[in-house]
Design a protein around this ligand. Structure first.
Ligand code: GAL
Length: 641
């Protein structure tokens, strides 16, 4: 007998189906909640059994329901939808007023649906949650089939997800000049060199540079440095910036030798906003925004085109189709990129650097011409066009060699390294193959300056935090010239084009994103439409003390120091003998947490500085912090001695 019959009264209770409620309040890790369908739009099916009614969702998902005045019963059949792949495993939870009443345990593809039936008498709030089964959220298609609430009183309703208001922590930079950015730059002898002194403060500003090698020229008004890198050696350059308020100096070491990317590259990439909708005008306007919005004053430098600039083989589209190569084998751009050379010239004039993308396979992930069998030709073309950064994405290379065994995994990257070594240009070599074969263990050996450690990021908490917090252990493999890359930033307006939306990360989650990526010495590639930069996003991207952690010349990424419940503490040593400490709250509620000088190995007390607020907190043995749900704090701890 069904429990609700126990409450039998003269009337039968009313029934409301989950999928008939307001689904705009459903939060989920991927896709949209689907009425009477799986998340991919097929008939709901669990373990071979089909269901006519229910809600198709995707881990990690949460639905809060206000149960109204007289609820009776919740019931459903739950499980992984049959359309999911083998990695699809999830766990279902039902909470009544915050207390767990049902936990399915981890369910896998093909498992028979589990029945849920929970009496709701006296309960005010019902929470339906789907977890990721303990791994990433890939293919976690989760069904609440035949899900319904029986009630007598007022109608149960889904509850709006509380919206966190943006809060700005980064103080405005002083009006006096201040020179920002890394303390060390790498270049190879005789190669083209482009840099722009990053400096905040009132304009107009004038720049001077003592000790600048004679092969380089400084534009005194803009701070743009152009020319050729000199002979091998370390050149300490004393930079000075002067404006109406005063002057400030700082030294930077130009190390001319075999290594480039001595600190993680910082810039922008077209993929997370424009994807296939990228074109030259969008890239030009991104570069313009670097200057107009002041990103250049904080060290942002690379303007990178991702996929979709070459020809689509066999396409009839007059803009995207046509011969893939010139008669001499030189790769051709599609109609959206009429002149790469003019584009990079204009980028270099601003003191910025330019990036391009290809695959070792016959086509890119988007189906555009790439470099298989033309590695040397393409490296030469990119050098001739003036590119300074190459993202080299595995994509269709599996058609050439199976992604098995270290030999196969390394081959395309060794080949392209050999081609890049032949051209007369400093080109950052960014490996993208999603972490296959533990690439962090050999990315440097095959000549990579950075390597993606994971699949693609998206702008959800589960994706960003799942990637970010799983980087522990990789830190030992990174250092000046070779970096782990947990993928690009998903703050601001993103969307994989042409339609964009504001990131779905909450403000606190975005602080966690930038804090964690800074601690990890990750390349920082902004993924949003820079023409839509708002004050909050700009505050995230222009905090010089936070960026200084990412750009620290010691180049030792953070590791996870400790975990207590939902709180994680990550630490790293810095070049000046101090330490950076990030403290994170991965839980669903706000928390009080504490960190200590001993977390970074300091005995007794430490001088503590809050880096986001750029504020000294005093000398202490430990400090308590209030952390918002999914939020964090970033501190610098130095010895008092
Ligand atoms: C993916 C890569 C993305 C983006 C995309 C372009 O493989 O991980 O970052 O480059 O290809 O098609």
């Amino acid at each position: 007998m069904l429990p609700f019959l126990l409450f039998a009264s003269a009337q039968n209770p009313e029934m409301v189906r989950l999928e008939d409620m307001d689904l705009s309040n459903v939060r989920q890790g991927w896709g949209n909640p689907m009425k009477n369908k799986s998340v991919d739009g097929h008939q709901l099916k669990i373990g071979g059994a089909s269901f006519e009614h229910g809600l198709g969702t995707h881990a990690v998902s949460v639905i809060n329901i206000d149960l109204g005045s007289d609820p009776v019963l919740f019931r459903a059949m739950v499980g992984v939808d049959d359309e999911a792949g083998p990695q699809g495993d999830v766990d279902f939870h039902v909470l009544c007023d915050g207390v767990e009443k049902f936990n399915s345990g981890v369910m896998h593809l093909g498992d028979a649906a589990k029945a849920v039936s929970i009496g709701l008498k006296g309960v005010k709030k019902l929470t339906l949650r789907v977890g990721n089964g303990g791994d990433e959220i890939n293919y976690d298609h989760a069904d609440w089939a035949d899900a319904m609430i029986l009630h007598y009183g007022s109608q149960p309703k889904t509850m709006a997800i509380p919206v966190e208001k943006p809060y700005i922590l980064t103080p405005k930079p002083p009006r006096l000049p201040r020179i920002n950015g890394p303390e060390v730059l790498g270049a190879r002898p005789g190669r083209d060199f482009v840099w722009r002194v990053p400096a905040t403060g009132d304009r107009p500003m004038r720049f001077t540079a003592k000790g600048l090698p004679s092969s380089l020229r400084l534009d005194k008004e803009t701070g743009v440095v152009l020319g050729k890198a000199p002979r091998r050696g370390t050149y300490t350059i004393a930079l000075t910036a002067t404006n109406a308020k005063g002057r400030k100096s700082r030294k930077v070491d130009l190390v001319v030798g075999d290594k480039i990317a001595l600190t993680p590259p910082m810039g922008w990439n077209s993929w997370n906003c424009f994807a296939t909708a990228v074109d030259e005008a969008k890239v030009r306007s991104a570069a313009k925004m670097f200057v107009e919005k002041g990103l250049v004053d904080h060290g942002w430098q690379y303007v990178n085109i991702d996929d979709c600039w070459s020809i689509i083989p066999h396409s009839n589209d007059p803009v995207l189709g046509g011969p893939q190569r010139q008669p001499d084998g030189t790769i051709r751009t599609n109609g959206k990129f009429p002149s790469m050379k003019e584009l990079t010239d204009s980028i270099h004039k601003m003191g910025l650097r330019a990036g391009i993308y290809s695959s070792p396979g016959p086509t890119t992930c988007g189906g555009y011409t790439s470099s298989y069998k033309y590695e040397h030709k393409d490296a030469q073309a990119w050098a001739d066009w003036g590119f300074d950064y190459l993202k080299y994405d595995w994509c269709s290379y599996s058609e050439v060699l199976k992604p098995e065994g270290l030999g196969n995994l390394q081959k395309p990257y060794r080949d392209m390294r050999a081609a890049l070594d032949k051209v007369d240009r400093d080109i950052v070599f960014s490996l993208c193959q999603y972490g296959m074969g533990d690439v962090w263990k050999w990315g440097a050996e095959v000549g990579g300056n950075c390597w993606r450690t994971t699949g693609d990021i998206n702008d959800s908490w589960d994706s960003m935090s799942g990637i970010g917090f799983s980087q522990n252990g990789h830190e030992k493999f990174a250092g000046p010239g070779h970096w782990n890359d947990p993928d690009m930033l998903v703050v601001g307006w993103v969307g994989w084009g042409p339609q964009l939306h504001p990131t779905k990360l909450t403000p606190s989650e975005q602080y966690t994103h930038i804090t964690l990526w800074s601690l990890l010495s990750s390349p920082l590639l902004i993924g949003c439409d820079l023409t839509k930069l708002d004050d909050f996003t700009l505050n995230l991207l222009t905090n010089d003390e936070v960026l200084a952690v990412n750009q620290d010349r010691l180049g030792k990424p953070a590791h996870r120091e400790r975990v207590v419940g939902d709180i994680e503490v990550w630490t790293r040593p810095l070049a000046d003998g101090s330490y950076a400490l990030g403290i994170f709250n991965r839980g669903d509620g706000d928390l009080d947490a504490r960190f200590s000088a001993s977390d970074v190995g300091l005995k007794g007390s430490a001088r503590v500085r809050d880096l986001w607020r750029q504020k000294d907190m005093g000398v202490m043995t430990s400090m308590s912090v209030k952390l918002k749900s999914h939020g964090c704090g970033l501190f610098k701890l130095s010895s008092v001695r």
